[in-house]
Design a protein around this ligand. Structure first.
Ligand SMILES: Nc1ncnc2c1ncn2[C@@H]1O[C@H](COP(=O)(O)OP(=O)(O)OP(=O)(O)O)[C@@H](O)[C@H]1O
Length: 245
């Protein structure tokens, strides 16, 4: 499954927030989207999962325009882990994860098994009957990932998936996503983490994609200073790894 964006512009309330963005995620590739607050990353991601319609350009998943396919077909191809929405709050954990099966119109014991398996993978099999609203921020984020896993798509979109997670759960989520081996586009804020975890990065600034390529090529001190207005300095620091590694 590939994701191909060409000349995508998105307007909100008459303001052009994303300007002619182009990017590519190949099958099995993990690609990061980084950039300063307010540069348009979430807006671009929302246009890919059809929460917003672009004013211009093409968003193709496996060659087909996502905005011209039925919603169910789009949901069979693309899963998203974004921030929680108010609509999720009153459901139990297992109900939320079962929503991942909605595009398939089935309700079988195989679906049930898949959902239990997804919750096991994120380490929350013991929370199935809890009301989503009562979970911690990190637990909520992992439930939303379990829902995306249950959706069994070949393309995964992640919007700041580690923002509420402690260091161990951050590493576990990132490793889990890598293990899935599916095309992934992730909005990330931690540049070191993005560099370690992604095959390629795109950098956004003021609504435009200003750089793209392997992390080492993209995250130069010059670009970081131009885009973020800070100096990048190499220093020895604590690096965190999973105990299993
Ligand atoms: N309805 C709206 N009308 C006008 N501008 C909007 C609207 N919604 C969002 N924006 C603006 O669009 C810009 C891009 O927002 P977006 O959430 O895509 O940025 P982001 O890069 O994901 O930021 P962050 O890193 O802070 O999450 C921001 O300046 C935001 O204020």
């Amino acid at each position: 499954m590939t994701l191909d964006l060409r000349g995508v512009s998105v307007k909100l309330d008459g303001h052009r927030i994303v300007h002619e963005a182009g990017l590519l995620v190949d099958d099995g590739e993990v690609v990061g989207l980084v950039g300063p607050n307010g540069c348009g990353k979430s807006t671009l991601l929302r246009s890919i999962y059809r929460a917003l319609r672009p004013s211009a350009g093409l968003i193709a998943v496996d060659g087909d325009d996502v905005h011209r396919m039925p919603a169910r077909e789009a949901a069979r191809r693309t899963a998203v882990v974004a921030q929680e929405t108010p609509a999720d709050l009153d459901f139990t954990v297992s109900e939320i994860v079962r929503m991942g099966r909605t595009p398939y119109k089935t309700d079988t014991s195989a679906d049930e098994k898949l959902c239990v398996g997804a919750l096991e993978r994120v380490g929350l099999a013991d929370r199935t009957e809890r009301i989503f609203a009562t979970l911690s921020g990190g637990e909520k984020q992992r439930v939303l990932l379990a829902r995306a896993l249950a959706q069994q798509t070949r393309l995964l979109l992640l919007d700041e998936p580690t923002s509420h997670l402690d260091v161990r759960h951050q590493l576990e989520l990132l490793h889990l996503v890598r293990e899935l081996g599916i095309a992934t586009l992730a909005v990330l804020h931690d540049l070191n983490q993005a560099a370690a975890f992604c095959d390629r990065l795109y950098v956004m600034d003021a609504g435009r994609i200003v750089a793209g390529g392997p992390p080492d090529h993209v995250l130069t001190p010059e670009l970081i200073s131009q885009v973020y207005g800070v100096r990048a300095v190499h220093r020895t620091q604590l690096v965190f790894e999973r105990l299993a590694d």
